[in-house]
Design a binder for this molecule. Structure first.
Ligand SMILES: Nc1nc2c(c(=O)[nH]1)N[C@H]1C(S)=C(S)[C@@H](COP(=O)(O)OP(=O)(O)OC[C@H]3O[C@@H](n4cnc5c(=O)[nH]c(N)nc54)[C@H](O)[C@@H]3O)O[C@H]1N2
Ligand SMILES: Nc1nc2c(c(=O)[nH]1)N[C@H]1C(S)=C(S)[C@@H](COP(=O)(O)OP(=O)(O)OC[C@H]3O[C@@H](n4cnc5c(=O)[nH]c(N)nc54)[C@H](O)[C@@H]3O)O[C@H]1N2
Ligand code: SF4
Ligand SMILES: [Mo]
Length: 597
């Protein structure tokens, strides 16, 4: 029996069994501790339905591989080069191309489109962002799903939360919210305040864990004072909850084993780091670190504890606001920045200013269409790799389980560049893969993170576990009623009354970001006055686009939802960076709707 693992960017990092027989058939690995023997529709269907790029092209003309790679090598002789890597494949071997950029003196990106703001907030409090093991999730009394669309983006977590008390904090009444004992359908971008208010109430009623804090978070009295600087009545009104809701919430937190499953949704804002830091500070108030059945589970740092052979010293530019046109040659690998980055209007202009845009990927998309040179890649079934996970502690060897004439692996691509430029130092693919796997812990046959701890932070915080937890002590909000937005509203011809909506842009079950099935819909609350199937123009300070209306009464009034696989969604989003973590801020934007006549 051959196994491999799913390379898609997803919490679950499923292990896959390739069934014996003539035809290539796969199924979930029922022996894997994180899966339950099932795969999702991306692997059961979408990935096999998706037409691949089969031939390399130069200026749209199909060419032989040799000619295309000669053109790539020629392009890298330019004055300045940038590698922009997306997360289309999560295998560690994706990063091997860094080694070429270092030798060449090219640039890479820093920061993130994804979880960087939250990660920065966690690092401020805990020093390092460790994984909360799934067995602790399974031992909790209460699960708080906080801005994570569990059934869609992290379905393999479901068996671990079965039968527990369930609270969901989300502006949308998601499928998991419908199952919850309590759903706080809050106003977007108010999670920081939710956490601070809850911490304040915990202190007020003396439910805080003084014994734990005395040892691990001794500045707690300052934190209590800090929470008291926040006015209760005004803030609860701003969040959109009542004192009664908060009282009910406390019932689920007080004197219990609690796990917060915090998702990407809470931190797609300039203030995203403060939100995670505040949630962690609430968790510390309750003494939820280092204990059985307790903790905060966010997208963890999967490379923590590894000596990364692809870590290089290069100049960097911020990923979420990349100034592409400053480079003569840009290699886009495993991503679709023309659609996935915020502020597509800016990105498009920037990409048009690149002399040699090289796209290295599997599928045609907005970025491949703009590229001068297109190089087809091998997919994760067709090459060797190692799969780490940001959702759990388990690690898989990804084996080549399919032969294909299509495409080239990242390793082979890098090897050609090294050979052509006469660079030395590239080791064999096998050596790199062995180097990653050697560093893993092993539980029987199962690879595990080298820094796996059953009870993370039980000894302390920081990389050496010698520090205390640092509570949040400042919050710098620069958005609510920003001058920029008010100015825009004044200048706008079709003056909105007051119908400005928060843009929610979560993931879709039909796609993995922009891979697979795309959408053209904007989801509106029926109260918005629009009808199903109608066209509507959505306008933000950054751009506008026409979508088809889909009514959805599960969305909080005052919000619209456009999922990340929707064509045109990022014409509406800003290319600002989060205050910490240099992350994209997809939801730091309000939009208005214009009727199409
Ligand atoms: N099917 C599928 N699975 C995926 C992906 C995919 O594209 N498709 N993408 C993968 C990737 S790259 C990532 S990063 C993960 C992310 O997966 P998740 O962590 O689930 O993140 P999102 O889907 O972006 O948003 C989660 C929830 O946050 C809510 N939300 C929005 N704004 C707020 C807010 O201000 N406060 C609160 N409390 N909630 C809010 C949304 O309504 C949504 O229900 O999923 C991975 N898994
Ligand atoms: N509006 C909005 N925008 C978002 C988000 C959102 O929630 N809302 N989410 C953001 C997040 S969390 C993320 S992580 C980003 C993701 O954004 P990107 O990292 O740009 O990922 P995708 O858009 O999914 O594009 C992935 C591409 O990788 C290629 N690919 C797949 N496998 C391989 C491989 O093995 N080798 C190579 N060379 N190429 C491969 C495929 O051709 C595919 O088109 O999007 C961000 N953009
Ligand atoms: S996309 Fe996620 S849930 Fe689906 S098979 Fe891959 S790892 Fe598992
Ligand atoms: Mo992501």
């Amino acid at each position: 029996m051959i196994k491999t693992a799913c390379g898609l960017d997803c919490y679950d990092a499923c292990s896959i069994v390739v069934e014996e027989g003539e035809k290539f058939k796969i199924k979930g690995d029922s022996s894997h501790p994180a899966g339950n023997g099932a795969l999702c529709s991306h692997l059961n269907k979408h990935i096999f339905d998706m037409p691949r790029i089969e031939k390399p092209t130069i200026d749209g003309r199909e060419v032989e591989f040799q000619e295309a790679m000669d053109a790539v090598c020629e392009a890298f002789k330019a004055e300045s080069s940038l590698l922009w890597r997306g997360s289309g494949n999560f295998g560690v071997m994706q990063e091997v191309t860094n080694l070429f950029m270092e030798k060449l003196g090219g640039s890479l990106t820093r920061g993130s489109l994804c979880d960087g703001a939250g990660d920065a907030g966690i690092s401020l409090g805990r020093g390092v962002n460790r994984t909360l093991p799934l067995e602790q999730v399974a031992k909790a009394d209460t699960i708080v799903v906080w801005g994570r669309n569990l059934t869609v983006t992290n379905a393999h977590m479901m068996p671990f939360i079965e039968g527990k008390k369930l609270v969901v904090i989300d502006p949308v009444c998601t499928a998991i919210a419908k199952k919850a004992d309590l759903h706080l359908q809050i106003q977007p971008r108010t999670d920081y305040y939710v956490a601070i208010m809850l911490a304040r109430f915990i202190f007020m009623e003396d439910s805080e864990d003084v014994v734990w804090m005395e040892e691990f978070a001794s500045e707690y009295e300052d934190f209590y004072d800090y929470t008291r600087e926040h006015r209760i009545k005004a803030i609860l009104a701003y969040i959109g909850v009542t004192l009664g809701d908060m009282g009910e919430m406390l019932e689920y937190l007080r004197d219990q084993k609690v796990v917060f499953l915090v998702g990407n949704g809470v931190q797609k804002y300039s203030i995203g780091s403060y939100t995670l830091h505040a949630i962690d500070s609430l968790a510390a108030t309750l003494g939820l670190f280092g204990k059985e059945g307790c903790g905060v589970h966010y997208l963890s740092n999967s490379k923590l504890g590894f000596d990364n052979p692809f870590a290089v010293k290069c100049d960097t530019v911020p990923k979420a606001a990349t100034p592409f046109s400053e480079f003569e040659t840009v290699l886009v690998q495993g991503g679709n920045p023309a659609a996935s980055m915020p502020d597509s209007n800016r990105v498009e202009k920037e990409l048009e200013g690149v002399k040699n845009l090289i796209y290295f990927g599997l599928y045609e998309n907005e970025t491949s269409k703009m590229a001068k040179i297109v190089i087809p890649a091998k997919n994760f079934f067709e090459k060797e790799d190692v799969r780490l996970s940001y959702g759990h502690q388990y690690i898989e060897k990804m084996n080549q389980v399919l032969d294909s004439d299509i495409g080239i692996s990242e390793y082979d691509f890098t090897k050609i560049l090294f050979d052509t430029f006469g660079f030395d130092g590239l080791k064999s693919e096998k050596e790199y893969i062995a180097f990653w796997l050697e560093q893993c812990e092993k539980e029987g046959e199962q690879y595990c993170s080298p820094v796996y701890q059953a009870f993370p932070y039980a000894k302390g915080f920081g990389a050496d576990e010698e520090d205390e937890f640092e509570f949040i002590e400042e919050y710098d909000d620069d958005f609510v009623n920003t001058k920029r937005f008010r100015k825009h509203r004044k200048e706008s011809k079709n003056k909105p009354k007051d119908e400005t909506y928060w843009l929610l842009s979560p993931k879709s079950g039909k796609s993995l970001n922009t891979q697979f099935i795309r959408s053209n819909k904007v989801q509106l609350h029926p109260q918005s006055g629009y009808s199903e199937g109608e066209k509507v123009k959505v306008v933000s300070p950054y751009g506008e686009y026409v979508f088809i209306v889909k009514l959805n009464e599960d969305i909080r009034a005052g919000c619209v939802m456009i999922t990340s696989n929707t064509i045109g969604v990022n014409r509406l989003t800003p290319s600002i960076l989060s205050q910490e973590g240099e992350n994209a801020c997809y939801q730091e934007v309000k939009v208005r709707l214009e009727k199409m006549i």
